[in-house]
Design a binder for this molecule. Structure first.
Ligand code: DAT
Length: 169
């Protein structure tokens, strides 16, 4: 069983890294946002942010069988509703504010949504959440500012996976 979790503010590069990692390793990439959208795993609507509210319990139920099989990379921008036992390692991607601003703007974010996401990154919200929800030694921050970072991160995670397989088989 091998279950990395990737977290980080929207726009930091989770999808890019997760998909490429799946290609290189043969692990399965699961984007929780997409999963929720496909299964309409929502519980109400957030008027302030104009987006549906994730039904966390249904997401966990939906993922449970696949997580028990193992070999899954889970991508989500945060939150601590996943069972701790699901993950062997957690990566939090980090992006400098000016870069993140440009990425989110080009994604169509503006006003409060843009500001709040930048603030989320400034205050290390996702990192702190991860450190509280998982054993600190399995939580790692990775820089995600430039294409070289992506390549370095991929190499580092692939190495970690190889080592994990050696240690556990
Ligand atoms: P997320 O899934 O965290 O929301 P994404 O993978 O969609 O983020 O990436 C957001 C944008 O940033 C997208 O245009 C690709 C770009 N990007 C991702 N990783 C990058 C990196 N290491 N260097 C430069 N740009 C990157």
């Amino acid at each position: 069983m091998l279950l990395p979790l990737q977290r980080g503010t929207p726009g930091v590069g989770k999808t890019t890294l997760g998909k490429e990692l799946a290609q290189r390793t043969g692990l399965t990439y699961i984007n929780v946002g997409d999963l929720a959208q496909e299964g309409e795993l929502y519980d109400g609507f957030d008027d302030e942010y104009q987006c549906p509210v994730l039904d966390e319990d249904r997401v966990v139920d939906e993922l449970e069988d696949r997580m028990n099989e193992g070999g899954v990379i889970v991508d989500y921008h945060g939150c601590d509703f996943f069972p701790e036992r699901w993950f062997h390692i957690v990566f939090v991607l980090r992006t400098d504010n000016s870069q993140l601003y440009t990425r989110l703007e080009s994604r169509g974010y503006s006003g409060k949504k843009l500001q709040d996401n930048i603030q989320c990154e400034i205050f290390q919200t996702i990192y702190e959440e991860a450190m509280e929800a998982y054993r600190q030694e399995i939580v790692h921050q990775l820089p995600s500012n430039k294409p070289e970072d992506l390549e370095n991160n991929l190499e580092q995670i692939v190495q970690w996976i190889d080592q994990w397989i050696k240690d556990n088989n």
